[in-house]
Design a protein around this ligand. Structure first.
Ligand SMILES: *Cc1c(COP(=O)(O)O)cnc(C)c1O
Length: 458
């Protein structure tokens, strides 16, 4: 039997969650319009909505918080964070932002002209929003296999070089402001990108004079997968792998709320001095001074320490293997999930789970609501609702992957919690025929999944 590493931490502070009874949960999800985003955290027993900003900080990070320098300009915590980012990622210039989308906003505004194309290895909600809001069309250039939940490949987040080449042929390199490469690919199931693929993308982009910006949000998880799966990397440290990954990029946006091991924060890093100057000019409008960018001094200190901790092997090994533990349990019980299990979450394949519901009946949304009702476990829809509508035709995007994401916060839950979540899903799977479809009663015009409300078909 596979061995899973024990928690590489001792618990020093605890938080006691509420356990509502079944009736109370039914009332809570009804009041939330059957949207798990609209549930109160207090009403969730095990909260697997997201791994974003839900990290447990270490005693060292909390100690760092006490050294917060909250000066409006020139905070020493910024100097620390800037130095760590340069050292670990190898970029020359860094601009702080309040979270990842703050960096996406600035990068998109600076580089994108209307009528251009931004290719990426599958979309991410906020990333694509900012690209399209600035007039670009997003082009998915991830390998085909990423859209198939059944295909088990080590690096399902890879870019398909032929798709990138076709776009260059079709649109022309001058119509591609940059290539967006996400490590890992969140919506494909947290699937990693191989170092060989990053190298090949760099070579192809150099041939055409294209820039590459990474979405670095889960880069440490990606580095762990490279160490475990890619030839030639077993003996390299996570830190060395991270450094090599980013050597193939012109810059990166990062949400510190994920692999940064903090609750809030982000940055934009670049190598081009001119671009840096313009980003510094813009950050003051949207985020704040270039020495805090929307973060408190204490947050920047915790972020700097978090980046260091996230590269420790024992930490990242446990993090990824704990997620695999939940996934392996579901696979053993025959529950359809996206394979292989990715770095931050287990994705239930709602199409297979609820074959009696067509995609317009929002099967993943309904499954997430039911999981909460039956168990108090909160998850998130990642399917047709999250995908939104085509900006030109107004038709629903209908992604092949119709999933429910069980996202594991870092250093927060134990294997026993994973058992409870797994048992709840397995029980639901045994009673799946009773799950009905949902329809919108309120649909926001953008990023609709956050605030939408639904009702059940009779
Ligand atoms: C969360 C996330 C973002 C956006 O970051 P925020 O900090 O939530 O603004 C961007 N890309 C990916 C892949 C993410 O998961």
């Amino acid at each position: 039997m596979k061995q899973y590493p024990a928690e590489p931490y001792r618990i020093k502070v605890v938080e006691t969650p509420n356990m509502l009874n079944r009736e109370e949960r039914f009332e809570a999800i009804r009041a939330a319009g059957y949207n798990t985003f609209l549930l109160k955290s207090q009403d969730c027993y095990i909260d697997l909505l997201t791994d974003s900003g839900t990290n447990a900080m270490s005693d060292r990070q909390w100690a760092g918080m006490m050294t917060g320098d909250e000066a409006y300009a020139g905070s020493r915590n910024w100097e620390h964070l800037e130095a760590i980012i340069k050292e670990y990622f190898g970029f020359q210039y860094v601009v702080p932002t309040h979270q990842g989308r703050g960096a996406e906003n600035i990068l998109s505004k600076l580089l994108i002209q209307p009528g251009t194309y931004v290719p990426g290895n599958m979309y991410f909600t906020t990333t694509r929003y900012h690209q399209e809001a600035n007039g670009a069309t997003f082009r998915d250039i991830v390998v085909d296999e990423a859209h198939d939940p059944e295909i088990d490949l080590p690096f399902k987040g890879n870019i398909d070089l032929d798709k990138l080449q076709s776009l260059v042929d079709e649109a022309g390199a001058d119509k591609i402001p940059y290539v967006c490469l996400a490590v890992t690919v969140n919506l494909a199931g947290g699937q990693p990108v191989a170092m060989a693929n990053m190298r090949a993308v760099r070579a192809l982009c150099d041939k055409h004079g294209l820039k590459i910006f990474y979405d670095a949000t889960r880069c440490i998880e990606n580095a762990y997968f490279i160490k475990m799966r890619e030839e030639g990397y077993a003996d390299k440290s996570v830190r060395e792998i991270v450094r090599e990954m980013f050597s193939y990029a012109d810059g990166a946006t990062m949400s510190g709320k994920k692999d940064g091991l903090v609750n809030m924060g982000g940055f934009l890093a670049v190598n081009d001095e001119g671009l840096y100057q313009r980003a510094r000019e813009m950050v003051v409008v949207f985020e704040g001074m270039p020495s805090y960018g929307g973060m408190s001094g204490r947050d920047m200190e915790a972020f700097a320490i978090g980046i260091r901790e996230s590269c420790q092997f024992e930490y990242i090994q446990h993090r990824v293997e704990q997620v695999a533990y939940l996934g392996d349990k579901l696979i053993a019980a025959g529950v359809p999930v996206v394979k292989p299990i990715g770095g931050h979450a287990v994705f239930l394949d709602a199409r297979q789970f609820l074959p009696h519901l067509t995609q317009d009946k929002l099967p993943a949304q309904s499954l997430a609501a039911h999981l909460y009702m039956e168990s108090g476990v909160r998850s998130m829809e990642r399917g047709i609702v999250s995908a939104g509508r085509d900006k030109v035709t107004g038709a629903n995007h209908s992604p092949k992957l119709e999933t429910v994401r069980l996202t594991i916060p870092r250093r927060v839950y134990t294997y026993a919690h994973m058992d409870i979540a797994a048992d709840a899903v397995i029980k639901l799977y045994e009673n799946k025929e009773s799950i009905r479809g949902l329809r919108f009663v309120y649909e926001p015009p953008m990023l609709r999944f956050f605030n939408a409300r639904f009702e059940y078909y009779d």
